[in-house]
Design a binder for this molecule. Structure first.
Ligand code: LLP
Length: 421
Protein backbone atom coordinates (compact mmCIF):
# COMPACT_ATOMS: atom_id res chain seq x y z
CA UNK A 1 0.00 0.00 0.00
CA UNK A 2 1.22 3.47 -0.85
CA UNK A 3 1.20 5.82 2.15
CA UNK A 4 -1.29 8.67 1.81
CA UNK A 5 1.40 11.36 1.99
CA UNK A 6 2.97 9.95 -1.18
CA UNK A 7 -0.28 10.47 -3.06
CA UNK A 8 -1.48 13.85 -1.86
CA UNK A 9 0.27 17.02 -0.83
CA UNK A 10 -0.15 17.49 2.92
CA UNK A 11 0.78 21.08 3.85
CA UNK A 12 0.94 20.74 7.64
CA UNK A 13 4.14 19.01 8.65
CA UNK A 14 6.02 18.63 11.94
CA UNK A 15 9.56 20.01 11.98
CA UNK A 16 12.15 20.47 14.72
CA UNK A 17 10.81 24.04 15.00
CA UNK A 18 7.26 22.86 15.45
CA UNK A 19 4.35 22.48 13.06
CA UNK A 20 4.61 24.37 9.79
CA UNK A 21 2.16 25.08 6.98
CA UNK A 22 4.12 25.12 3.72
CA UNK A 23 7.21 26.02 5.73
CA UNK A 24 5.54 28.86 7.67
CA UNK A 25 5.49 28.47 11.46
CA UNK A 26 1.98 27.78 12.72
CA UNK A 27 3.00 29.00 16.16
CA UNK A 28 4.00 32.40 14.75
CA UNK A 29 0.64 32.82 13.01
CA UNK A 30 -1.30 31.68 16.09
CA UNK A 31 0.68 34.04 18.34
CA UNK A 32 -0.15 37.01 16.10
CA UNK A 33 -3.74 36.23 15.11
CA UNK A 34 -4.90 34.47 18.27
CA UNK A 35 -6.89 31.27 18.50
CA UNK A 36 -9.13 29.63 17.52
CA UNK A 37 -8.27 30.20 13.90
CA UNK A 38 -8.24 28.48 10.55
CA UNK A 39 -5.08 28.25 8.46
CA UNK A 40 -5.17 27.18 4.79
CA UNK A 41 -2.44 26.35 2.31
CA UNK A 42 -2.85 27.85 -1.16
CA UNK A 43 -0.32 25.35 -2.51
CA UNK A 44 -2.36 22.40 -1.27
CA UNK A 45 -5.53 23.77 -2.88
CA UNK A 46 -3.78 24.34 -6.20
CA UNK A 47 -2.17 20.91 -6.08
CA UNK A 48 -5.46 19.15 -5.33
CA UNK A 49 -7.26 21.06 -8.09
CA UNK A 50 -4.51 20.18 -10.56
CA UNK A 51 -4.59 16.49 -9.67
CA UNK A 52 -8.28 16.27 -10.55
CA UNK A 53 -7.83 18.35 -13.71
CA UNK A 54 -4.93 16.14 -14.79
CA UNK A 55 -6.80 12.93 -14.05
CA UNK A 56 -9.55 13.97 -16.49
CA UNK A 57 -7.24 15.62 -19.03
CA UNK A 58 -7.96 13.00 -21.69
CA UNK A 59 -11.72 13.72 -21.67
CA UNK A 60 -13.67 16.98 -22.14
CA UNK A 61 -14.43 18.08 -18.60
CA UNK A 62 -15.23 21.08 -16.44
CA UNK A 63 -14.48 21.24 -12.72
CA UNK A 64 -17.10 23.19 -10.83
CA UNK A 65 -15.66 23.62 -7.33
CA UNK A 66 -18.42 23.00 -4.76
CA UNK A 67 -18.44 26.25 -2.78
CA UNK A 68 -20.28 24.63 0.08
CA UNK A 69 -17.01 23.01 1.18
CA UNK A 70 -15.38 26.39 1.74
CA UNK A 71 -16.65 29.62 0.26
CA UNK A 72 -14.33 32.20 1.77
CA UNK A 73 -13.82 34.71 -1.04
CA UNK A 74 -10.05 34.42 -1.23
CA UNK A 75 -10.29 30.64 -1.59
CA UNK A 76 -12.97 30.85 -4.26
CA UNK A 77 -10.93 33.46 -6.15
CA UNK A 78 -7.85 31.29 -5.94
CA UNK A 79 -9.75 28.43 -7.55
CA UNK A 80 -11.18 30.67 -10.24
CA UNK A 81 -7.63 31.71 -11.07
CA UNK A 82 -6.80 28.01 -11.50
CA UNK A 83 -9.51 27.72 -14.16
CA UNK A 84 -12.15 26.21 -11.93
CA UNK A 85 -15.83 26.95 -12.37
CA UNK A 86 -18.37 27.07 -9.55
CA UNK A 87 -21.02 24.82 -8.03
CA UNK A 88 -23.28 26.96 -5.85
CA UNK A 89 -25.85 25.51 -3.49
CA UNK A 90 -27.86 28.58 -2.49
CA UNK A 91 -28.58 32.10 -3.61
CA UNK A 92 -25.81 33.17 -1.25
CA UNK A 93 -23.27 30.90 -2.90
CA UNK A 94 -24.37 32.08 -6.36
CA UNK A 95 -23.79 35.66 -5.20
CA UNK A 96 -20.40 34.76 -3.72
CA UNK A 97 -19.49 33.14 -7.06
CA UNK A 98 -20.29 36.41 -8.84
CA UNK A 99 -18.34 38.43 -6.31
CA UNK A 100 -15.38 36.10 -6.75
CA UNK A 101 -15.48 36.96 -10.42
CA UNK A 102 -17.16 33.98 -12.06
CA UNK A 103 -19.20 34.57 -15.18
CA UNK A 104 -22.82 33.43 -14.93
CA UNK A 105 -22.13 30.72 -17.50
CA UNK A 106 -19.46 29.23 -15.18
CA UNK A 107 -21.96 28.50 -12.41
CA UNK A 108 -24.09 25.44 -11.79
CA UNK A 109 -26.77 26.04 -9.20
CA UNK A 110 -27.65 22.87 -7.27
CA UNK A 111 -29.61 22.08 -4.17
CA UNK A 112 -32.84 20.83 -2.70
CA UNK A 113 -35.49 23.41 -1.86
CA UNK A 114 -34.45 26.44 -3.87
CA UNK A 115 -36.85 29.29 -3.26
CA UNK A 116 -38.76 31.40 -5.78
CA UNK A 117 -36.42 34.32 -5.10
CA UNK A 118 -33.32 32.17 -5.57
CA UNK A 119 -34.63 30.89 -8.91
CA UNK A 120 -35.56 34.37 -10.04
CA UNK A 121 -32.09 35.66 -9.14
CA UNK A 122 -30.30 32.77 -10.87
CA UNK A 123 -32.46 32.89 -14.02
CA UNK A 124 -32.34 36.66 -14.39
CA UNK A 125 -28.57 36.57 -14.07
CA UNK A 126 -28.33 33.76 -16.65
CA UNK A 127 -26.69 31.11 -14.46
CA UNK A 128 -25.08 28.38 -16.59
CA UNK A 129 -27.14 25.42 -15.41
CA UNK A 130 -29.76 25.00 -12.75
CA UNK A 131 -29.80 21.44 -11.44
CA UNK A 132 -33.46 20.82 -10.63
CA UNK A 133 -34.42 18.31 -7.95
CA UNK A 134 -37.99 17.52 -9.01
CA UNK A 135 -40.49 17.76 -11.86
CA UNK A 136 -42.25 20.49 -9.91
CA UNK A 137 -39.06 22.51 -9.68
CA UNK A 138 -38.59 22.26 -13.47
CA UNK A 139 -42.10 23.60 -13.97
CA UNK A 140 -41.55 26.44 -11.51
CA UNK A 141 -38.25 27.34 -13.21
CA UNK A 142 -40.01 27.37 -16.59
CA UNK A 143 -42.77 29.64 -15.28
CA UNK A 144 -40.33 32.09 -13.70
CA UNK A 145 -38.16 32.13 -16.84
CA UNK A 146 -41.18 32.80 -19.06
CA UNK A 147 -42.25 35.65 -16.79
CA UNK A 148 -38.74 37.09 -17.12
CA UNK A 149 -38.71 36.55 -20.86
CA UNK A 150 -35.77 34.18 -20.54
CA UNK A 151 -34.87 30.58 -21.11
CA UNK A 152 -33.28 28.75 -18.16
CA UNK A 153 -30.67 26.10 -18.87
CA UNK A 154 -31.51 23.11 -16.71
CA UNK A 155 -30.49 19.59 -15.76
CA UNK A 156 -32.47 17.15 -13.66
CA UNK A 157 -30.84 15.49 -10.66
CA UNK A 158 -31.53 11.77 -10.60
CA UNK A 159 -31.47 9.52 -7.58
CA UNK A 160 -30.12 6.11 -8.64
CA UNK A 161 -30.68 4.30 -5.33
CA UNK A 162 -26.98 3.53 -5.02
CA UNK A 163 -25.35 3.20 -1.61
CA UNK A 164 -22.31 5.49 -1.52
CA UNK A 165 -21.04 3.50 1.49
CA UNK A 166 -20.27 6.73 3.32
CA UNK A 167 -21.65 8.11 6.59
CA UNK A 168 -25.50 7.98 6.44
CA UNK A 169 -25.71 11.73 7.11
CA UNK A 170 -23.78 12.49 3.93
CA UNK A 171 -25.16 9.78 1.64
CA UNK A 172 -27.63 11.21 -0.84
CA UNK A 173 -28.18 8.60 -3.54
CA UNK A 174 -30.56 6.20 -1.79
CA UNK A 175 -34.27 6.15 -2.50
CA UNK A 176 -34.88 7.01 1.17
CA UNK A 177 -32.96 10.28 0.68
CA UNK A 178 -34.67 13.55 -0.23
CA UNK A 179 -32.44 14.21 -3.22
CA UNK A 180 -33.30 14.10 -6.91
CA UNK A 181 -35.96 12.11 -8.75
CA UNK A 182 -36.00 8.31 -9.02
CA UNK A 183 -33.87 7.28 -11.98
CA UNK A 184 -36.70 5.34 -13.61
CA UNK A 185 -38.94 8.45 -13.67
CA UNK A 186 -36.33 10.75 -15.15
CA UNK A 187 -36.73 9.86 -18.84
CA UNK A 188 -40.45 10.53 -18.77
CA UNK A 189 -39.95 13.85 -16.97
CA UNK A 190 -37.59 14.99 -19.73
CA UNK A 191 -39.90 13.68 -22.49
CA UNK A 192 -42.90 15.48 -21.01
CA UNK A 193 -41.04 18.80 -20.91
CA UNK A 194 -38.94 18.65 -24.04
CA UNK A 195 -40.88 21.49 -25.60
CA UNK A 196 -41.77 23.32 -22.42
CA UNK A 197 -41.24 27.01 -22.92
CA UNK A 198 -38.87 28.68 -20.47
CA UNK A 199 -36.43 25.79 -20.01
CA UNK A 200 -33.80 24.13 -22.13
CA UNK A 201 -32.39 20.80 -21.03
CA UNK A 202 -28.60 20.93 -21.22
CA UNK A 203 -27.56 18.14 -18.87
CA UNK A 204 -28.28 15.35 -16.43
CA UNK A 205 -27.06 15.42 -12.84
CA UNK A 206 -26.23 12.93 -10.10
CA UNK A 207 -24.57 13.22 -6.69
CA UNK A 208 -24.73 10.14 -4.49
CA UNK A 209 -22.92 11.40 -1.41
CA UNK A 210 -19.75 12.81 0.06
CA UNK A 211 -16.54 11.34 1.53
CA UNK A 212 -16.88 8.31 -0.74
CA UNK A 213 -13.90 6.03 -0.24
CA UNK A 214 -14.39 3.31 -2.86
CA UNK A 215 -14.66 3.69 -6.62
CA UNK A 216 -17.46 1.21 -7.25
CA UNK A 217 -20.42 3.40 -6.12
CA UNK A 218 -19.02 6.27 -8.18
CA UNK A 219 -18.61 4.04 -11.24
CA UNK A 220 -22.14 2.69 -10.85
CA UNK A 221 -23.53 6.21 -10.53
CA UNK A 222 -21.68 7.26 -13.68
CA UNK A 223 -22.95 4.16 -15.50
CA UNK A 224 -26.54 4.90 -14.51
CA UNK A 225 -26.28 8.54 -15.56
CA UNK A 226 -24.64 7.76 -18.90
CA UNK A 227 -27.30 5.14 -19.70
CA UNK A 228 -29.96 7.77 -19.04
CA UNK A 229 -28.07 10.29 -21.19
CA UNK A 230 -28.01 7.78 -24.08
CA UNK A 231 -31.77 7.24 -23.77
CA UNK A 232 -32.35 10.98 -23.72
CA UNK A 233 -30.21 11.37 -26.80
CA UNK A 234 -32.49 8.85 -28.52
CA UNK A 235 -35.41 11.02 -27.44
CA UNK A 236 -33.81 14.03 -29.09
CA UNK A 237 -32.61 15.85 -25.96
CA UNK A 238 -29.47 17.75 -27.00
CA UNK A 239 -27.37 17.24 -23.85
CA UNK A 240 -24.25 19.35 -23.46
CA UNK A 241 -22.94 17.61 -20.35
CA UNK A 242 -23.40 14.89 -17.77
CA UNK A 243 -22.78 16.14 -14.22
CA UNK A 244 -21.33 13.53 -11.85
CA UNK A 245 -21.54 15.72 -8.74
CA UNK A 246 -18.82 15.55 -6.10
CA UNK A 247 -18.09 13.00 -3.42
CA UNK A 248 -14.45 12.02 -3.75
CA UNK A 249 -13.22 11.21 -0.24
CA UNK A 250 -9.98 12.22 1.46
CA UNK A 251 -7.74 10.31 3.88
CA UNK A 252 -8.58 11.76 7.28
CA UNK A 253 -6.77 8.96 9.04
CA UNK A 254 -3.73 8.95 6.78
CA UNK A 255 -4.76 5.68 5.18
CA UNK A 256 -4.56 5.25 1.40
CA UNK A 257 -7.55 6.73 -0.37
CA UNK A 258 -8.90 6.60 -3.89
CA UNK A 259 -6.96 9.12 -5.92
CA UNK A 260 -8.39 11.40 -8.60
CA UNK A 261 -6.60 9.17 -11.13
CA UNK A 262 -8.37 6.07 -9.80
CA UNK A 263 -11.67 7.94 -9.79
CA UNK A 264 -11.14 8.98 -13.40
CA UNK A 265 -10.10 5.44 -14.38
CA UNK A 266 -13.35 4.14 -12.86
CA UNK A 267 -15.74 6.59 -14.52
CA UNK A 268 -14.08 7.40 -17.85
CA UNK A 269 -14.98 4.10 -19.56
CA UNK A 270 -18.61 4.80 -18.64
CA UNK A 271 -18.42 8.40 -19.86
CA UNK A 272 -16.89 7.31 -23.17
CA UNK A 273 -20.01 5.28 -23.96
CA UNK A 274 -21.78 8.57 -24.58
CA UNK A 275 -18.86 10.89 -25.30
CA UNK A 276 -20.70 13.83 -23.72
CA UNK A 277 -18.50 16.31 -21.78
CA UNK A 278 -18.48 15.75 -18.03
CA UNK A 279 -19.05 18.25 -15.23
CA UNK A 280 -17.49 17.46 -11.84
CA UNK A 281 -18.44 19.15 -8.56
CA UNK A 282 -15.64 18.31 -6.14
CA UNK A 283 -15.45 20.17 -2.84
CA UNK A 284 -13.72 18.21 -0.11
CA UNK A 285 -11.07 16.69 -2.37
CA UNK A 286 -9.92 20.20 -3.33
CA UNK A 287 -9.81 21.98 0.04
CA UNK A 288 -10.02 19.26 2.72
CA UNK A 289 -6.33 18.62 3.30
CA UNK A 290 -5.48 22.29 2.83
CA UNK A 291 -6.86 23.55 6.15
CA UNK A 292 -6.37 23.18 9.88
CA UNK A 293 -8.06 24.59 12.95
CA UNK A 294 -5.53 25.94 15.43
CA UNK A 295 -6.69 25.97 19.04
CA UNK A 296 -5.24 26.61 22.47
CA UNK A 297 -5.52 24.26 25.45
CA UNK A 298 -7.46 26.22 28.07
CA UNK A 299 -7.95 23.56 30.74
CA UNK A 300 -6.71 20.14 31.78
CA UNK A 301 -8.34 17.71 34.16
CA UNK A 302 -8.19 14.13 35.29
CA UNK A 303 -10.98 12.05 36.79
CA UNK A 304 -10.40 9.49 39.57
CA UNK A 305 -10.85 6.67 37.01
CA UNK A 306 -7.86 8.03 35.15
CA UNK A 307 -9.70 9.68 32.24
CA UNK A 308 -7.86 12.82 31.22
CA UNK A 309 -9.27 15.79 29.36
CA UNK A 310 -7.68 18.59 27.40
CA UNK A 311 -10.20 21.39 26.88
CA UNK A 312 -9.63 23.61 23.84
CA UNK A 313 -10.77 27.11 22.98
CA UNK A 314 -12.24 25.63 19.77
CA UNK A 315 -15.29 23.44 19.82
CA UNK A 316 -18.21 22.32 17.72
CA UNK A 317 -18.90 25.96 16.95
CA UNK A 318 -15.65 26.11 14.98
CA UNK A 319 -15.62 22.51 13.70
CA UNK A 320 -18.91 20.69 13.77
CA UNK A 321 -17.91 17.52 11.91
CA UNK A 322 -16.92 15.39 14.93
CA UNK A 323 -20.13 16.25 16.82
CA UNK A 324 -22.29 15.74 13.74
CA UNK A 325 -20.74 12.68 12.14
CA UNK A 326 -18.36 11.34 14.79
CA UNK A 327 -15.68 12.21 12.27
CA UNK A 328 -11.98 11.68 12.89
CA UNK A 329 -9.45 14.49 12.62
CA UNK A 330 -5.77 14.12 13.40
CA UNK A 331 -4.73 16.32 16.32
CA UNK A 332 -1.12 17.43 16.51
CA UNK A 333 0.60 19.72 18.98
CA UNK A 334 2.04 22.84 17.35
CA UNK A 335 5.17 22.76 19.54
CA UNK A 336 5.32 19.17 20.85
CA UNK A 337 6.53 18.61 24.40
CA UNK A 338 8.98 15.90 25.27
CA UNK A 339 7.54 12.88 27.00
CA UNK A 340 5.70 9.68 26.29
CA UNK A 341 2.25 9.68 24.80
CA UNK A 342 -0.73 9.76 27.10
CA UNK A 343 -4.36 9.01 26.45
CA UNK A 344 -6.47 12.18 26.28
CA UNK A 345 -10.04 13.17 25.55
CA UNK A 346 -9.75 16.35 23.52
CA UNK A 347 -12.89 18.42 23.93
CA UNK A 348 -14.31 21.85 23.18
CA UNK A 349 -15.77 24.46 25.54
CA UNK A 350 -19.41 24.21 24.43
CA UNK A 351 -22.15 23.10 26.83
CA UNK A 352 -22.91 19.95 24.83
CA UNK A 353 -21.61 16.47 25.58
CA UNK A 354 -21.11 15.87 21.87
CA UNK A 355 -18.58 18.70 21.81
CA UNK A 356 -15.71 16.22 21.64
CA UNK A 357 -12.94 16.10 19.04
CA UNK A 358 -11.31 12.86 20.18
CA UNK A 359 -11.75 10.20 22.83
CA UNK A 360 -8.75 8.43 24.36
CA UNK A 361 -6.36 9.75 21.73
CA UNK A 362 -2.67 8.99 22.36
CA UNK A 363 -0.90 12.33 22.29
CA UNK A 364 2.30 13.83 23.64
CA UNK A 365 1.59 15.76 26.86
CA UNK A 366 -0.48 18.92 26.53
CA UNK A 367 -0.42 21.79 29.02
CA UNK A 368 -2.66 24.82 29.37
CA UNK A 369 -1.52 27.42 26.84
CA UNK A 370 -0.26 24.90 24.27
CA UNK A 371 -1.49 25.18 20.69
CA UNK A 372 -2.84 22.17 18.82
CA UNK A 373 -3.88 21.73 15.20
CA UNK A 374 -6.93 19.79 14.05
CA UNK A 375 -5.93 18.66 10.60
CA UNK A 376 -7.78 18.18 7.30
CA UNK A 377 -10.45 20.71 8.21
CA UNK A 378 -10.31 22.86 5.07
CA UNK A 379 -13.63 21.42 3.86
CA UNK A 380 -16.89 21.72 5.81
CA UNK A 381 -15.05 23.40 8.68
CA UNK A 382 -15.34 27.19 8.75
CA UNK A 383 -18.47 27.09 6.55
CA UNK A 384 -20.36 25.09 9.16
CA UNK A 385 -19.35 27.26 12.12
CA UNK A 386 -21.97 28.90 14.31
CA UNK A 387 -22.42 31.59 16.93
CA UNK A 388 -23.81 29.16 19.50
CA UNK A 389 -22.96 30.27 23.04
CA UNK A 390 -22.43 33.73 21.50
CA UNK A 391 -19.12 32.57 20.19
CA UNK A 392 -17.51 34.57 17.41
CA UNK A 393 -16.59 33.17 14.00
CA UNK A 394 -12.88 32.41 13.88
CA UNK A 395 -10.53 34.25 11.55
CA UNK A 396 -9.05 32.53 8.51
CA UNK A 397 -5.48 32.81 7.28
CA UNK A 398 -4.14 31.82 3.87
CA UNK A 399 -0.50 30.80 3.51
CA UNK A 400 0.81 31.36 0.00
CA UNK A 401 4.38 31.16 -1.21
CA UNK A 402 6.00 31.70 2.19
CA UNK A 403 3.71 34.59 3.15
CA UNK A 404 0.44 34.61 5.04
CA UNK A 405 -2.51 36.93 5.26
CA UNK A 406 -5.80 37.11 7.11
CA UNK A 407 -8.51 36.41 4.53
CA UNK A 408 -11.34 36.72 7.03
CA UNK A 409 -10.97 38.66 10.23
CA UNK A 410 -12.31 37.45 13.54
CA UNK A 411 -15.96 38.32 14.03
CA UNK A 412 -16.65 40.78 16.83
CA UNK A 413 -19.59 40.80 19.22
CA UNK A 414 -20.61 44.09 17.62
CA UNK A 415 -20.79 42.32 14.22
CA UNK A 416 -23.19 39.81 15.75
CA UNK A 417 -25.27 42.26 17.75
CA UNK A 418 -25.60 44.63 14.80
CA UNK A 419 -28.48 42.42 13.61
CA UNK A 420 -30.46 42.84 16.80
CA UNK A 421 -32.72 45.58 18.07
N1 LLP B 1 -22.44 18.51 -5.41
C1 LLP B 1 -23.55 18.38 -4.64
C2 LLP B 1 -24.87 18.43 -5.28
C3 LLP B 1 -23.41 18.23 -3.25
O1 LLP B 1 -24.49 18.11 -2.49
C4 LLP B 1 -22.12 18.19 -2.67
C5 LLP B 1 -21.94 18.05 -1.23
C6 LLP B 1 -21.00 18.34 -3.53
C7 LLP B 1 -21.21 18.48 -4.90
C8 LLP B 1 -19.60 18.33 -3.02
O2 LLP B 1 -19.28 17.10 -2.46
P1 LLP B 1 -17.79 16.74 -1.99
O3 LLP B 1 -16.94 16.64 -3.23
O4 LLP B 1 -17.32 17.81 -1.09
O5 LLP B 1 -17.94 15.46 -1.30
N2 LLP B 1 -20.86 18.54 5.74
C9 LLP B 1 -20.48 17.21 5.31
C10 LLP B 1 -20.46 17.07 3.80
C11 LLP B 1 -21.76 17.48 3.14
C12 LLP B 1 -21.70 17.38 1.63
C13 LLP B 1 -22.90 17.98 1.02
N3 LLP B 1 -22.92 17.97 -0.41
C14 LLP B 1 -19.14 16.84 5.92
O6 LLP B 1 -18.61 17.62 6.69
O7 LLP B 1 -18.63 15.75 5.69
Amino acid sequence: MIPCEKLVYLPFQPTTDGLVCDGVSVHTIAAQVGTPLYIYSAAAIREAYRSIDTAFAAYPHAIHYALKANSTLAIVRLLRAMGSRADANSGGEVEVSFRAGFAASDIVFTGVGKTHDEHQFAISRGVGTINAESAGELDRIAAIARALGREARVALRVNPDIDAKSHPNISTGLKSNKFGVPLQEARQIYRDRLNLQGIRFVGVHIHIGSQITTTEPLRRAAAALVSLALELRDDGVPLEHVDLGGGLGIAYEGRPMITPAEYAAAVLPELRRAGIPVVLEPGRAIVGHAGAVIATVVDRKQYPDGRRFAVLDAGMTELMRPALYGSFHRIVPVLPRAGGRISLDVVGPICESSDVFARERDLTPLEVGDHVALLDTGAYGAVMASNYNRRLLAPEVLVDDGRWEIIRRRQTLDDVLALES
